[in-house]
Design a protein around this ligand. Sequence first.
Ligand SMILES: Cc1ncc(COP(=O)(O)O)c(C=O)c1O
Length: 451
Amino acid sequence: MNKIPFGPTYEEMLHPEKADKTIRTKALAAKTADELDPINLFNITWKNEKNKVNKIVLPKALTGIDANVVVLLGTTFPSGSHKVGPAYSTLIEGCVDGTILPGTHTILGPSTGNFGIGVSYICNLMKYEAIVIMPDNMSKERYERIRKYGAKLDLTPGTESDVILTLQRTYELKKNPNNRTLAQFELLPNYRFHRYVTGNSCIEAVKGVGNGRVACFTSAPGSAGTLAAGDEIKRAFPEAKVAALEPYECSTLTDGGRGQHRIEGIGDKMCTLIHNVLNTDFIAMIKDDDCVRGLKVIHDAPAILVAAGISKTTAEGLRNLFGVSTICNIIGAIKMAKYLKLGPEDNVVTIATDGFDRYDSVIADLDRRYLETSPHVLERWYRDIFLKMEATDVRDTRGGAEKERLFAQKEKDWLPFGYAKDYLDQMKHQSFWDHEFAKIADYDEQIRTRR
Ligand SMILES: Cc1ncc(COP(=O)(O)O)c(C=O)c1O
């Protein structure tokens, strides 16, 4: 049996304290000392040095609702986004399966940015050559990070909504037998990572908040990996509802709509292969510029939040924690809390995939697009975007006809890439997903013994 690179099991990503003590201590020290030390693979976790989930419960003066909105913070992951988790999981599973060999294979990472950053980062740590395939019109901070971590960039025309072009390009590059793809939209390690690691972290995150349960989980799918957390949340709290969010301007899951939009990382004009639509109860549409303007308010105008009653420390602390898609997730949480009529004991959980560090250029672009962003304009944005957000544009997808519609969308998107109808049909049963999820035990055993 081949040895594989030294990295954590799924269990150690959920419970980093279960790793060997010396490794855990070294990993925590490397986090600030040297982000390119391979021991940082053991920092792929939602937990902090005290083994608690990195999270924030949003001030009610920001959300304007009674329910608690709990946001898990992805910016604390190595490389600055939780997308490093699926990138690592897909690579390590390939090593275990013997399909990805160090020194032999080059890794392809089709992405709109954060997954590409994650791929370039772990390939640096695990000593693989990497090529990130992504649209050429994403925020410039993303390309800078990928180059910094040493991957090559292969750019396709367009923006977020043109991710299908990256898949087509990857399909071409895959014909080279030395290339191996970390196919986030298709491969189930992404599902396994988020169902196990993110899902259980969400369950831990609500302990001591409200009634300690999750009433609703909101997440805007790119690959739909994060949405898999909902499967585990429902296992723990069967009453929990899962809402997938998408841009109003690119309403693929709601009604097949396809358009350009400004929320980088989500709304990729498809129902991804790994999206378990059985557990998606609602789809809500969020206007893209609300997310960019909402980010501007939180990042540039903490004084407005302070005037609304939020402490200066909290308002300042929020400034760098979120990206554009986080604001989408937060607006979605507010919308769903209103739609579901949630009260003060109820918790809505959502995710901050990344932080502000990759959005300066997006805010600079907003400043160019708007004639005026004076404090009174931002104050109005704060009220309109957060406090007055309405429970509109929500579609109930719990019925059989809705599921069939989403299955049909998935077939339309994936049969052209060579997937068999029979395989897609298996995904219509929860047993398919549970069977895939159960593989974690075997992968963990293999990682432990062979690393
Ligand atoms: C900024 C951002 N938000 C949200 C997402 C969506 O996460 P997922 O791919 O798990 O659905 C991504 C994915 O790349 C992202 O980069």
